[in-house]
Design a protein. Structure first.
Length: 90
C-alpha cells in the first residue's frame, strides 16, 4: 500500500514538473514559439511585394493560424486573394 502511494505521488510530481517546464512566463510553450516566429523576419512571397501592410498582416494571420486545419487555411487564403487588387493576386 505504501509503495503504491509513493508511485502515485511520484507520477503526480513528474506531471507537475512537466507542465511547469513547458511553460515560461505564464505562457504555454506553443504561444512562446508563435511569438518568437512572429518576430523573425521571413522572406515575403513575391505576390505580397505589392500588398499593403494590412493585406500582409491578414495573409500571415491566416497562413500561420495554428487553430485552423489546412483546408480551412486554404479556403480563407482563397477568399483573401479574391479581395486583393490584381497586382497582389498574381
Amino acid at each position: 500500500m505504501r509503495a503504491m502511494n509513493f508511485i502515485s505521488e511520484l507520477i503526480l510530481l513528474l506531471l507537475t514538473c512537466t507542465v511547469a517546464l513547458t511553460q515560461q512566463d505564464g505562457q504555454p510553450q506553443s504561444q512562446q514559439m508563435d511569438q518568437q516566429f512572429a518576430t523573425e523576419q521571413l522572406p515575403l512571397p513575391p505576390f505580397l511585394s505589392n500588398a499593403s501592410e494590412e493585406a500582409k498582416r491578414q495573409f500571415f494571420s491566416i497562413a500561420y493560424n495554428a487553430n485552423l486545419r489546412i483546408a480551412q487555411i486554404n479556403a480563407q487564403l482563397e477568399q483573401w486573394a479574391k479581395e486583393q487588387p490584381k497586382d497582389v493576386q498574381v
